[in-house]
Design a protein around this ligand. Sequence first.
Ligand SMILES: Nc1nc2c(ncn2[C@@H]2O[C@H](COP(=O)(O)OP(=O)(O)OP(=O)(O)O)[C@@H](O)[C@H]2O)c(=O)[nH]1
Ligand SMILES: [Mg+2]
Length: 395
Amino acid sequence: MVHLERRMRMNRVSTGIGSIDEKLGGGFPEASSVLLLSQTPSEKRMFAEQFIVTGVRNDETCLYVDFYRSPSFARSHFRRYGIMDEENLVIVDAVSAQVMAPSEEKYVVKDVLDMDNIRGVIQKAFEEEKPERVILDSLDFLVDRYPREIILDFWHHMMTLSKEHNSVFLTLFINWIMEKRELDALERTVDYLLEFRTKRMGKILMNLVKIHEDKELGIDESGWIPFTFESESGVVTYSPRIMVTGSANSGKTEFIQLLCSRSVEDEDGLKGEGVDRGKIDVSSVETEVFGVRGDESFASTFRLFSREVSGIFLILDSTKPEDIEKGREIVASNLEEVPLVVVANKQDLKGALTAEEIRKRMELPDTIPVVETSLTRDGDLCPALHSLLRLMGAA
Ligand SMILES: Nc1nc2c(ncn2[C@@H]2O[C@H](COP(=O)(O)OP(=O)(O)OP(=O)(O)O)[C@@H](O)[C@H]2O)c(=O)[nH]1
Ligand SMILES: [Mg+2]
């Protein structure tokens, strides 16, 4: 408990990604260790770069131990984040010697097959530069070349050095070789585990990160958080989005309110009157749901933002033939072929057309499901939701 209180009071080191800092309580605590882990290649490095760029801009000394990229190539990557004072970026060059190229860096590993050489160069860099932030890129490079005990010994040495110098230490690791038991042991030695993966949702390829924290901090692990790179801001997080559209009075608001009663968070009063917005959990990814009336201007506005939408519910009042005509236009304006499900609503009313009749009238291809609902009678959205998630590849 004393330990916990001490940790909570510690200075926080910003990751440079607003929503991640928020979840971490301001950033990683000083002197903490973080494992960036994935099972397949993913965008872990982008996260590490953002972390370094944030430090460099904050006038902190940042040490980047790179076994994979030449220093000039690494620096060109850092420049994508915009202007910064590169004086604060110290690269331990473990690449030039591998390709027998000269190096202009101050710290150079001459022989990556000599562990004493690696350890010596890094230790010297720690002692002379006293870095606030350190990246090891990466552990898998070493796993391919050294026996397990030697790597673990080296890695613990790195962690000790970081604690001594109050540095936040991030290690990148693609694990395709360690067994679960070994990996668990590795995870237990770090303060934070950040898991990365890449997943396709709709047409969008998402980079996802999930934060697991030191249990002593008493904070639960996060869901999967999608992130991307934007040239102005660097790494940013976002929510996938599902659009609910259809004619006036078809049941959009009712639909969103029922769907989002399973909402994970409600912090900005999402269920208020007239607010067509909510959040749901789609395979552990927080997904935004929003309503847009399918009126005259729909096709032209939709063209502008359709790429940012992962799925569409088209809600029809099944008793209104004019709704069905409007629905045809909406389907026709979905040029990007965003996954779409037609919801044949108000099935409880007399004269409601069946899903099959609607399919015929709209001349829908088999790839677009039509699902009957009666929101005010049973409010069962499961078949509609399941159909869309299947199309989005998320079910
Ligand atoms: N009988 C019946 N009424 C429904 C059903 N679904 C929605 N309604 C009713 O239809 C009316 C319109 O529903 P809303 O959810 O407000 O429709 P909307 O699409 O958001 O309408 P606008 O925001 O005006 O475009 C409300 O009175 C709902 O209670 C249904 O399945 N059956
Ligand atoms: Mg409405």
